[in-house]
Every structure is written in C-alpha cells, then in structure tokens.
Design a protein around this ligand. Sequence first.
Ligand code: NAG
Ligand code: NAG
Ligand code: NAG
Ligand code: NAG
Ligand code: NAG
Ligand code: NAG
Length: 314
Amino acid sequence: MMCFLSTFLLTCILYLVESSHFRGGIISWKPTENNQIELNYRVAFRTSYGSAHTCNAETIENGTLLSGEGTLQCIEGCSDTITTMSYYCTDFSANEDWTSGTNSVKYNLSSSSNNLYTFGFSSCCWISLVEGGSSWMMRTTANLTVRQDTGKINTSPISAMQPIVRFSYGCDYTLKIPVSDDDGDVVKCRWSTQTPNDECGGVCKTLSGSYLDESSCVLSYNATRSTGWYAVALQIEDFQKTTDAVPFSSVSLQFLIFVANSNASCASRPVLPQNIITDGSIHHSSVNTIFNESIIARSGAVTLRVTAIDTVSP
Ligand SMILES: *[C@@H]1O[C@H](CO)[C@@H](O)[C@H](O)[C@H]1NC(C)=O
Ligand SMILES: *[C@@H]1O[C@H](CO)[C@@H](O)[C@H](O)[C@H]1NC(C)=O
Ligand SMILES: *[C@@H]1O[C@H](CO)[C@@H](O)[C@H](O)[C@H]1NC(C)=O
Ligand SMILES: *[C@@H]1O[C@H](CO)[C@@H](O)[C@H](O)[C@H]1NC(C)=O
Ligand SMILES: *[C@@H]1O[C@H](CO)[C@@H](O)[C@H](O)[C@H]1NC(C)=O
Ligand SMILES: *[C@@H]1O[C@H](CO)[C@@H](O)[C@H](O)[C@H]1NC(C)=O
C-alpha cells in the first residue's frame, strides 16, 4: 500500500481497518509410522500485519520460527487442536508485502470407525478483495484406510502453487496449477464449496467469469472485469481412476490473483526460455544439500524488464 500524500492519510487508515492479512495457503498430508499422520502446510500473510509474519532474508537464513497465528483443528474423526500455525518463512516480497512459509506436524490419530479425518484452519480476515473476502476457511480431508491397490495408506496430492499470480488487466490467461501425487494417482482440481461442508469461508467461487478444467487443473480467466485482488479456493483431489467419483483425499489450496493495469501488450508476457530450470521441469535434490541453479527469464519486449522472480521453495 502506498500513501505518500498527507491528504490521502484518511483513506489509508480506512483501508488498513477494512483490509486484513490472510493471503492463502495449502494443507496436505501423508501417513507416517505408528498410526501417525504428518500434516504439511504452507500459509501466506501480509508481512506488515505484525511480528508474527515479519520475514526478510535474515529470517530465512536463520531459520527463525514465526509464531504465525491461529490453530489447525481436527474437525472430523477427532476433535483436537493439532498445532498452532507457526511456520518457517521461505519466501517473501517486500514490494508486495507478503510472507510465505511452511511447517509440518506429526499427529497421533486415534482410530475411528471409518478412518476419515478432516482438518481445518479458519479465522479472519482475508486482505481486501474485489469479490468476497472476510473470514478464511481451509478444509483438508484424509482417508486412512489401507488401499487395496497399493496395500498402503494413501498420501495426499501436493501443489507448489505460488501464493500470488499477477495478471495484466485486459489480457486472457490460462493458468496451470502445478500438482503432483506420490502414489501416482489421477489428480483433479475442483472449486471449493460452501455446502455441505464449508471449505472456503468468504472466498467460495469468487473469480467470476473464470473457467476451471477439473481434470487438467487449468484455470482460464479473461481479466477484463476489474483490477485488484481476487482469491481462488480449490480442492486438489486424488483418484485411483479418472472415472472415480470419490477421492482418496481432498487438499485445500487457496491463492491470490492480482489484476493490475499495464501498458504492455498482452503478447509481451515474460517467458522462461529453455534452460535448466524451465516451466514444469522437475529437479531432485538430497536433504541438507544446497541446490544452486540460475533461473533465467526473458521479458516479452525490448522495452520491458523483468523486475523480480518470486519463488515458492520446498
Ligand atoms: C539472526 O541470527 C543472528 C545471529 O544469531 C542474530 O543476531 C539476528 O538477530 C537474527 N535475526 C533474525 C531476524 O532472527
Ligand atoms: C504418539 O505416538 C508415538 C508412538 O506411538 C509416541 O511415542 C508419542 O509419545 C505419541 N505422542 C503423543 C503426543 O501422544
Ligand atoms: C476410504 O478408503 C477405502 C479404501 O480405499 C474405501 O473402501 C472407502 O470407501 C473410503 N471411504 C470413503 C468415505 O471414501
Ligand atoms: C477477453 O475479453 C476481451 C474484451 O471483452 C475480448 O475481446 C476477448 O475476445 C476475450 N477473450 C476470450 C478468450 O474470451
Ligand atoms: C501507461 O502509460 C501512460 C502514458 O504513457 C502513463 O502515464 C501510465 O503511468 C502508464 N501506466 C502504467 C501502468 O504503466
Ligand atoms: C551458486 O552458484 C553461483 C554461480 O556458480 C555462485 O556464484 C554462488 O556462490 C553459488 N552459491 C552457493 C550458495 O553455492
């Protein structure tokens, strides 16, 4: 937010009161030994909201645990507070005022009759959005029954979706949500819904006019409505077969789209040319080793410059 002129001060203060700080996240899981489940989450917040979300290069270097806020709750199959949502900051943008980080927690499950569990993270409020907003709700489900096909308990799909996607006003986009699944299952994406169970709080199906191809996880959007911030709330689900109706698990993924005015033509988008790290490429790295590789991006026109490369780190 910029407020340089004192005559704008009142507007700025009102803006601060109305808007808040949640910027989305993802909650996934996998089984571990001894009937435990490991819940992995990534959350993003407005950095300037307070020390709970303050992150810079030093915070990342030091591995400082940020206190974060709120709690992860078991809302079906058990009824406990699983953890406070503290996290290790992995990425931030001073310009765009966001912090993103991850953490994981192991949790002992008491057996339940159907082995179905639901985990939720909810509170208030989203940053100011063009559509919807206010309270946030994320809802992830797990079926811990041993699978007949693999003989193992399922592992949920994951996504390395970035917390913020930038669109130029007036341009047409197709956005591939990056998803993968350790069991090699069929992964699909669907809009989170308000009923029968609230999966998305104030941001259910809020990117009006957009289209989601559920089987390819591609979101299409013609950014011709209004500039500003939009939230997208999806469930990433894994199936044994394309035709199956009931997923093994349902993972909450919520991220932001920022539509801004730009004088550049729609055709002049930046690209990642063929290189070691390119769009959709996968790289393996061992634990506790440094992965050091350059990311090369090319602006879409001679008059344009790439000013930042934002990352989402494992
Ligand atoms: C990082 O660690 C150094 C050395 O321990 C300490 O002086 C500094 O305050 C820490 N910074 C943050 C942001 O935690
Ligand atoms: C969870 O289970 C493990 C292995 O059975 C046990 O060592 C640990 O103490 C348990 N933790 C809690 C919080 O009950
Ligand atoms: C849970 O998984 C088991 C094994 O794959 C399956 O038989 C069962 O129908 C699933 N339950 C639900 C409610 O999806
Ligand atoms: C996007 O919207 C613009 C302006 O309304 C229109 O000219 C263009 O055809 C639309 N593109 C698609 C793919 O619908
Ligand atoms: C677009 O161009 C106009 C005129 O050159 C300039 O005033 C305006 O700041 C530019 N807008 C953006 C978003 O770059
Ligand atoms: C990564 O590689 C670059 C270029 O080879 C080098 O300058 C830099 O020091 C390396 N960084 C680390 C952390 O190894």
